[in-house]
Design a protein around this ligand. Sequence first.
Ligand code: PRP
Length: 182
Amino acid sequence: MTDWNDHVERVLLSEAEIKEIIEKLARKIENDYSDKENIVLVGILKGSVTFLSDLMRALRIPAQVDFMRVSSYGDATTSSGNVNIILDINRKNLPSENLLIVEDIVDSGRTLKYLVTYLLNKGAKSVRTVTLLDKPDRREVDYTPEYVGKQIENHFVIGYGLDYGEKYRTLPYVGVIKPELI
Ligand code: PRP
């Protein structure tokens, strides 16, 4: 039987390290938003689901949850630069809602830069972003998320929601894929 753990060259973030990062992010987010604010966590499918499910349970302030799906990559490893919305949010009270976009990773920055502008134009009261991982060296557009779990170098990472060719999302940690598999 295939064991995806064998496809990992090394673990970049263990389950315990991820938990610690999420606790810190949650405390920062709680400090920044007052509890009177209507907060909506907007997970960007599919990569963010694992991070979102842990972050939402770590937060001690009320928040609603919604999802969007976009396509940003031309193939498994390169960014096409195009952002297409495949699934949009449909919210009645957007002008009173503070959206916090939840991402697993920021690479070129195109997805988040586009989404923030798009959601503000759609009428959201405010839009901020939180990402578990950030690859600042890969940036192609000027964009800085408000909340970053960990900055990483340009490794191809898998696990904890992150895929390579739709595989490996189910691994419970973030690992670097063996280069011969790419
Ligand atoms: C990844 C990631 C972000 C985007 C970041 O998603 O989850 O949405 O790419 O890249 P960027 O900063 O260069 O725009 P992907 O398109 O791989 O889809 P997935 O979440 O379904 O895996």
